[in-house]
Every structure is written in structure tokens, then in C-alpha cells.
Design a protein. Structure first.
Length: 364
């Protein structure tokens, strides 16, 4: 069986690894890109890390940083802690550097006889790909190409009028296992530890009325710095924040996947976790078909849509609700909403439910 995966990034490479594990030939078509941004990091839930290490890539201990606590503060309440999540059973989630994961996975795939990387040279490639019918299945992880625009344009879109600014702090050595998020009048700022000496920072700032210079972003980080003796900032990266979810997951033998399928606000750190849950599902469907001796064809995509579409829509809507809740709170001088948060923070059952949702998605 021959499968074509279009796109470059962790989603495309992770999907390729799952398929070659099942001895499926994979051609990964990708455009030439610069190196993966060194300031980007991802948070992985416990369940998803277990799956990644079993099916995709086994990390060394130094490449995975444990987060044992999540603390949430509100500038409006003079930086009073409004939520505190801890898991008595162990770590809440794990932080991984994108560039290291990407490079390691690329190297591993390049050694497989089932995997081949091909550079897309011109836009005619996409039309020819469909006409030639060279591949049994096509999986498209790139939201900006001809195939996406022609077959996957029916979606629910939302522009947050926000820019995410990301950087990594180099600081003096500390006990660094608590993730901290502060809601400010400019937007949420998250401090996500990646070692005793380094912390990833994500600032999701409202750009509807104001654009921010590099110095202004660094000043905001310094003002809201909870505990770090900063030595230096690494290069600042930024990208637009929007959400989208497709109405149709596949067309004939072409499946949409990754950020093309669903994209969410980074507020809860669930974007890549949603994709990993999709990877689990498609891996399970393919394995079941192989075990039963059934043909691997586009019915895989039909089953995948049936199993995941309602969950992804509900989960995406929940993340958007959380964003709007805090956005309303930011604009509202009343402190009643924080009473709700304080109640959630003190309710152990609700705390445990939220932790389970972050770990397992809606499959709890």
C-alpha cells in the first residue's frame, strides 16, 4: 500500500512514523522551509506522551520536562492565585522542545525503507497528484495548498485578533516544575518550564487596538515575571491566533489532518494533544483492519470522521468558551467571575475532572 502525506512538521512526521510501523509505504511531500522555530515548545499530556513514546519516538529523560503543578493568576486581583491544579498521582503534563523532537523524528524516519521525503517544486504538483491516482490514500496536513482550498474550505473560522509571542528565558537555576499563567489586561502570559535553567513563555496579546514592539513584549514578561532571575531572552517569534474546525474531514481518498482539521487557541495547550488523540484513533482503525485482513482504503477515513468529529467539535468549542470567559472577565470590572473560578479551584471533584479532560480529552 502507498500513502502520500502532504506537509512538514511534527504532525506529518508523527503520522508517517505510525504508518511505517505497520509496513505501509509513505511518501512525504513538503515544501522547503526554514528550521523549526527554536522558541516553540509543546505541552504533552501523560496519556499522549505514553502513546508517542510507544508508537512514534522514545525521548531521553533530558528532552522531557515534568510539570507537577499549574498555577493561574489574575492581574485584576493584584496577581492573586485563582486556580491551582496538582495531580496526586504524579505529573500533570510534560514540556518538549519542538525543534529537538522534529530533528530526532526526521533522522529516525530517514533510516526507514518505507519512508521517502520529496520536495514540492511547483503548485502544479497538487493537481497532478489527484489526476495521476498514484497513491491509495492521500493525507493532507497543509492548510494553504490547492487541495485544501478546493476540497476543505467548508469550516467554522474565528480570528481572535491576537498575536502569540513566544520566547525562551535563560535564567538562574531554580526548582522549576510549576507552570504559571497570568491573565493581564493585554492578554494571558504563560510561563512553561523546560529545565532548571530555561522557561518557555507564550504571550497571547490583543492586537485589535495596539501592535507590540519586541521591547514592549519583553517589558510585559518582566513585569509579570513570577520568580525568575533572567539572564537573557532567546529570539522572539510571533504568529496570528485563530481557530477553525472543518465541516468535512475527507473527500474520496483524501483526508484532512492536523491543524487543517482543527486549530484552537493555545490558552489551554491542547492543540497538539488533540492531534495526538487523532493519531491514536487512526492508528487503531488501521490496526483493526489489518488484524481482520480487510482492505486498507478510504473507509478508514469514514470511520475516523465518525469516531472523532463530534469529540473534536465539542472540545474545540470548550476551549473557545474558556477564552471568551477570560476575555469577558478582562473587559469587565466586576469581580463576580473570579468567585466562580475560586469555587472551581477549591472543588476537588471539579479539579480532578479538569485534569482528566486535559489528559484524555472527552474520552474520560
Amino acid at each position: 500500500m502507498n500513502v502520500c502525506i502532504i506537509g512538514v512538521g511534527l504532525t506529518s512526521l508523527s503520522l508517517a512514523k505510525i504508518l511505517i510501523n505497520k509496513k505501509i509505504n509513505v511518501h512525504n511531500y513538503q515544501k522547503k522551509i526554514d528550521e523549526v522555530k527554536s522558541s516553540r515548545t509543546i505541552g504533552i499530556s501523560k496519556k499522549n506522551l505514553e502513546f508517542i513514546e510507544k508508537e512514534i519516538y522514545k525521548f531521553s529523560k533530558k528532552d522531557v520536562w515534568k510539570i507537577k503543578k499549574i498555577e493561574i493568576f489574575n492581574e485584576k486581583l493584584k496577581n492573586k492565585r485563582i486556580l491551582n491544579f496538582e495531580d496526586n498521582e504524579g505529573n500533570l503534563f510534560y514540556m518538549i522542545k519542538n525543534d529537538k523532537f522534529f530533528k530526532s523524528l526526521n533522522e529516525k524516519l530517514s533510516k526507514s525503507k518505507f519512508f521517502k521525503k520529496i520536495i514540492i517544486k511547483n503548485e502544479k504538483f497538487y493537481e497532478n497528484l489527484i489526476k495521476e491516482k498514484k497513491y491509495d490514500l492521500i493525507i493532507n496536513c497543509d492548510s494553504g495548498n490547492f487541495i485544501s482550498k478546493k476540497y476543505f474550505f467548508r469550516k467554522i473560522d474565528k480570528d481572535y485578533n491576537n498575536l502569540a509571542y513566544t520566547t525562551i528565558l535563560k535564567h538562574e537555576k531554580i526548582d522549576n516544575n510549576s507552570a504559571i499563567q497570568t491573565f493581564t489586561k493585554f492578554g494571558p502570559i504563560a510561563f512553561l518550564p523546560i529545565s532548571e535553567f530555561e522557561t518557555s513563555v507564550v504571550c497571547s496579546l490583543d492586537t485589535e487596538k495596539k501592535k507590540y514592539s519586541e521591547k514592549q513584549v519583553y517589558d510585559l514578561i518582566n513585569i509579570n515575571n513570577p520568580k525568575f532571575k533572567i539572564k537573557k531572552f532567546l529570539k522572539l517569534d510571533c504568529f496570528n491566533l485563530n481557530s477553525s474546525i472543518l465541516r468535512n474531514y475527507y473527500y474520496k481518498n483524501i483526508l484532512a489532518f492536523g491543524d487543517l482539521l482543527h486549530k484552537v487557541h493555545p490558552l489551554t495547550g491542547q492543540g497538539f494533544n488533540m492531534t495526538v488523540r487523532d493519531l491514536k484513533t487512526i492508528s487503531k482503525i488501521i490496526k483493526n483492519k489489518i488484524d481482520l485482513g480487510l482492505q486498507l482504503d478510504s473507509t478508514i477515513f469514514e470511520e475516523f470522521e465518525q469516531e472523532t468529529k463530534h469529540l473534536n467539535f465539542t472540545f474545540s468549542s470548550g476551549i473557545d468558551f474558556i477564552y471568551e470567559f477570560f476575555n469577558f472577565d478582562k473587559k469587565n470590572k466586576d469581580k463576580k467571575l473570579n468567585k466562580i473560578l475560586n469555587y472551581i479551584g477549591k472543588n476537588k471533584k471539579l479539579n480532578n475532572t479538569i485534569i482528566k479532560l486535559a489528559n484524555n480529552g472527552l474520552n474520560i
